[in-house]
Design a protein around this ligand. Structure first.
Ligand code: ZN
Length: 68
């Protein structure tokens, strides 16, 4: 389901449309691309997605470490 959503987003982007609320689909902790069944966290109004609860906890304990 979520993979289909990603594919759709790519298609829309390729057609030249700008998507305002583009979800962050790479795990900022381990860099893995999130496929399915992910967990998310909100930091400074931005939603981040994680491959596992472990990555989410790492991120939440020190968000600035994983963001530029
Ligand atoms: Zn991860």
């Amino acid at each position: 389901m979520k993979n289909k959503f990603k594919t759709l987003l790519r298609k829309i982007r390729r057609m030249g449309f700008k998507i305002k609320e583009e979800p962050e689909i790479d795990d900022p902790v381990c860099g893995m691309e999130i496929a399915d069944d992910f967990t998310s966290s909100e930091y400074k109004g931005v939603k981040y997605y994680f491959c596992s609860e472990n990555c989410k906890m790492d991120f939440e304990s020190n968000p600035s470490k994983y963001l530029d």
